[in-house]
Design a protein around this ligand. Sequence first.
Ligand SMILES: *Cc1c(COP(=O)(O)O)cnc(C)c1O
Length: 405
Amino acid sequence: MFDAEYLRRQFPILETKIRGKYPLVYLDNAATTQKPFAVINSIVDYYTKYNANVHRGVHYLSGLATDMFEKSREVVRAFINADSKEEIIFTRGTTESINLIAHSFSKTFLTKDDTVMITQMEHHSNIVPWQIARDDCGFSLDYLTFDENGELENVKEKILSVKPKLLSVCHISNTLGTVNDIKEIISLCHSIGCYVLIDGAQSIAHKRIDVKDSDADMFVFSGHKVYAPMGAGVLYAKKDILEKMAVYHGGGEMIKEVTMEKTTYNDLPYKFEAGTPSVADVIGLATALSWLKSNDTEELFAYEDYLSDYATQRLKEIDGLRIFGNAKHKSSCISFLVDGVHHLDLGTLLDAMGVAIRTGHHCAEPVMQKFGIEGTDRLSFAAYTTKEDIDIFIDSLNKALKMLR
Ligand SMILES: *Cc1c(COP(=O)(O)O)cnc(C)c1O
């Protein structure tokens, strides 16, 4: 069995007392993960030893910072198995990556006659940017629906009949836990010349990511959901797309030459990296990916799935509890509601017992609308989650339900 206890000791925040309770049962990893010493130290190191702006100076510190920044790009490239470092754009996170693509891809590749397809299980950050771009560019926006179990339905029929120019879909739903078969979806889309963008915010920490194997045209994620600091994320796209794609933010670094009349743009990847990047966070991101890779990830991901199965089974023993999302392939999180109990009341009582879960609509209101509910309670897992965490959670849940029903 995977040694989560050993991993757990590398996360200082998990050693703190919250509301007088120890250990902290942190089951809100789909919102953000905690950071191991390795990552925290890499940020402290950066600010204590080599803080300087990158790509800008001839001085020693700037050279060192640039070196570490560019090495981080290589770490990300290797982690997702991209062809080249030019295909790795650093952003602030998934949201910024999708906004960039929605703006720039639309401008370059889409006309009024085209359709972009998303799905009903997307995070708001994979819905709203497309609505904004649609209003700007005039293309049509359509979506795939999901069934009662939280699985996408009529995928083939709908894609073949609508023939979208781009499909943007999450790898794993942050609300339902559904793992979408992206390889099959991508191959179907490619058969009709449709590009595919994968929102990997939930999968980056829980699945092996290989953009060459899946053949995703674009893949985006946030560092903070994979043990890295907030403030840095990634946009991967195939080089030929990035080369053609219109620029997004203008400013320093993304230029080759500026006159008072016009600007020529920099080469990849800098063309899409305007302004001073979040250097420390990018270095923290590379450190987090290296840290994750230094573990046996196959075993780790299997362990997380085991925890998820175990928690599901324990939850199913509770009277009047309904799980939202029962897809055959599930990972990362479990959403549920208990009859007659408001999701917020439950979350608040659990918090008082030292158990952190997420409550609300999880930035996926259309998922709530589909089920006719306002929100759910959600628990989600990480490498440091233990079976004991789940047991404490279930005991606390039972205690809370006694008070609430
Ligand atoms: C968290 C999340 C996002 C948004 O990520 P940010 O870090 O807030 O930009 C998008 N999609 C999914 C599936 C997520 O889980």
